[in-house]
Design a protein around this ligand. Sequence first.
Ligand code: FAD
Length: 489
Amino acid sequence: MRTVPGRTDRVVVVGAGLAGLSAALRLRGAGREVTVVERGPGPGGRAGRVERDGYALDTGPSVLTAPGLIRDALACVGESLEDRLELLPLETTYRAQYADGSTLDVHADPAAFAAEAERVCGPGAGEEVLAYLQHIRELDRLQWDVFIDRNLDSPLDLVGRPVLELARRGGFGRLAPHVDRRLTDDRLRRLFSFQALYAGVSPFRAIAAYAIIAELDIGKGVWHPVGGIHAVPAALAAAAADAGVTFRYGTGVASLDLRGGRAVGVRLEDGELLPADAVVVTVDRPESLVPSRSRRVKPTYSPSCVAIHVGVRQEFADRAHHTISFGDSWRGVFDELTRTGRPMSDPSLLISMPSKTDRSLAPEGGQVISIVAPTPNLDLAPGIDWPALGPRYRDEVLQTMEARGWTDLTGSIEVEEMLTPTDWAAQGMAAGTPFALAHTFAQTGPFRPSTYPRGGPENVVLAGSSVQPGVGVPMVLVSGRLAAQRITG
Ligand SMILES: Cc1cc2nc3c(=O)[nH]c(=O)nc-3n(C[C@H](O)[C@H](O)[C@H](O)COP(=O)(O)OP(=O)(O)OC[C@H]3O[C@@H](n4cnc5c(N)ncnc54)[C@H](O)[C@@H]3O)c2cc1C
């Protein structure tokens, strides 16, 4: 692994999202003097929070997986997860709702999940599910330490038995046929392949190695942090501050102060110069701050989304914490999102109602609900006028939900927050997507931008969803760790 040469005593971390916080905790734990500079008013970045009229709306992630990575980050400064966070495992990971009117509850307990699959999909489905869960567990075991939780400097780093084994198990074929060969019922096939979209690719184009995303949620389970997902960055930032990390909120880094191939500090937007021996950049477009030699072909970005977060005066007592509401269209959805660049004509939606589990998030008799509707990004569909279309699209999504059983949803809304691709772009995110570079084969593993770009300043490293290993809460926590390792060795 290539590491930063020379002194690294004082480190500036740019960005207090989950990647920056993960890096800061590790660096502080390794004895560095760490300052985190964040343009926003507090920690969290995309894992943001809006509080209004008694409702606490998480505006970013809703599905929390791999809590061991949070535990690990806190342990770097000698803290235990239990002292900072209360994590509740969800017994029902997802409720899948299908266009034919059937529903299938994914249980964290494999036997209960298999029984449910058998009930909904018929004899043999339970056994298929158990065999498939075993299969993706093995794929995960093969990949985690080799591809994901590791700094990769070259594709040659991958040469070895696990890659051959992954190839033998079909990991480099396409995900959709990989799943189809192992599961007979179309509903189970969708349930184990929609996660490709978390990685920004269609299951018809994604490599089968991405079957392991379903291991992260369906296989290993989903948790809810009491206080909402924003409680995670809040806890990490509090632990970091208590361990001696300095936070500078409300001021951005305008540029790096470069001398002789190194950064000697960062220039803040208010003109102040913060000296540094090393810098960790976690912003969505690292190239906006860090010059590098690597010239890339035009990057492919993930689809974006319209996110609608509402506080409603209604209980929706029969609803689950997370619902995947599938439309009838399937291949068509991915074509619209990744090829033709149109909003979904028959939407599939991720609907989360965390106040079902955590009553601290909504007033008595109310709920908070987040709806994520994938959309094409602004590179693919530059002509969609989201400020004009947004309100109509919002109505359409809410009407779709009402037609799928969320009766009188629109009428019971008390507070609301909506973000469209234009909003993500205004926050500085490339192609107007909060999901960064898609995990196409050419942007995966050693082919994804490195945590330590060649030809860049020798003491500047990168973390976050735009670099290795990738997008999502677990991956950016890992990227913070990998970036810190470039500095600490
Ligand atoms: C609606 C939505 C739903 C999602 N759902 C899920 C989910 O269910 N599960 C999941 O695992 N993931 C989900 N994600 C993805 C996940 O939230 C992100 O991958 C992750 O939070 C990104 O973290 P980060 O630290 O890389 O970036 P960020 O959180 O964006 O952090 C970067 C920080 O840098 C700051 N910054 C930028 N420029 C500067 C500058 N020049 N100077 C100083 N500071 C700067 C920004 O303000 C920001 O705080 C979702 C995201 C969104 C938006």
